[in-house]
Design a protein around this ligand. Structure first.
Ligand SMILES: NC(=O)c1ccc[n+]([C@@H]2O[C@H](COP(=O)([O-])OP(=O)(O)OC[C@H]3O[C@@H](n4cnc5c(N)ncnc54)[C@H](O)[C@@H]3O)[C@@H](O)[C@H]2O)c1
Length: 252
């Protein structure tokens, strides 16, 4: 175990756009970080970047849909750093971006499994550790597709609306045990996921972008700024909130 008085964060999907950007933001405050991802290459690269900033990081390869692997990433974080103080419950996929009836059953299941079941598993194993330590702070990743309806992302939208319900209901259950649990709802943000989605669905993407009041996509660093605020700030009375970060997309 590292001897450290720093706080510890777990970030799922830490090899990707929003997870990596948030890891690098937290690293600036000296937070110890467990990066969880299915991609070993991407996860290890995030750890390298964390260490470049002078913070401590470990990569734990895990698939968030596998309950045993989720339990292990929590246990390994605790045995390495001593506690879990912050949890960015963020791993997710966009799905194929097709009309609902053009999806296969397998495509529907995969999005539900990763985005919703995986997020619930993480909370199921992280919460007891936080409660044991007298509290902690959690941010779940929803989406603008968790606040309003959107074409060609029905399963994705179901999971992201689900994340909103999970966030509010867990706040109702655990806020009195020192748990602060909020969600962020990013609009289109320039991460690898969005780049891939844009290439697959140029027309859908063009139509959505034109409706953003700020007429630009978000940057991962902007979302990271919000997530690290929700995880670390002294504004401890924010609880069960879902914060859009979308250039005004859901304001109109
Ligand atoms: N980028 C956006 O515009 C946007 C907008 C709203 C919400 N989101 C949400 O933000 C989160 C992060 O997305 P991103 O844009 O950074 O995507 P990304 O593809 O860049 O990163 C996602 C990471 O999750 C990992 N991952 C995928 N399946 C996994 C699994 N089963 N177990 C563990 N790790 C897994 C991937 O390997 C990848 O590194 C997702 O939940 C996504 O739905 C993104």
């Amino acid at each position: 175990m590292y001897m450290s008085t720093s706080k510890t964060a777990i970030i799922t999907g830490g090899g990707g756009g929003l997870g990596r950007a948030t890891a690098l933001k937290l690293a600036e405050s000296g937070v110890n970080i467990s990066i969880i991802d299915v991609s070993e290459e991407q996860g290890n690269e995030t750890v390298r970047l964390i260490e470049e900033k002078g913070a401590k990081g470990i990569f734990i390869k895990a698939d968030v849909t596998n309950a045993e692997e989720v339990k292990q990433y929590v246990d390994k974080t605790v045995s390495t750093f001593g506690s879990v103080d912050m949890f960015f419950n963020n791993a997710g996929i966009s799905g194929p971006g097709k009309k609902f009836l053009d999806n296969s059953i397998e495509q529907i299941d995969l999005v539900l499994d990763i985005n919703l079941r995986g997020a619930l598993y993480g909370l199921y194993y992280v919460l007891p550790e936080m409660i044991k330590n007298g509290g902690g702070s959690i941010v779940n990743t929803s989406s603008t597709a968790g606040l309003v309806g959107q074409d060609s992302v029905v399963s994705y939208s179901a999971t992201k609306h689900g994340i909103v319900g999970v966030t509010k209901s867990l706040a109702a259950e655990y806020a009195n045990q020192g748990i602060q649990i909020n969600a962020v709802a990013p609009g289109s943000t320039e991460t690898p996921m969005v780049k891939q989605y844009r290439e697959m669905n140029p027309d859908v993407f063009k139509a959505v972008s034109a409706t953003i009041p700020q007429r630009r996509l978000g940057q991962p660093e902007e979302v990271a700024e919000l997530v690290s605020f929700l995880l670390m700030s002294e504004a401890k009375y924010i609880n069960g909130a879902v914060v859009p970060i979308d250039g005004g997309f859901t304001a109109i």
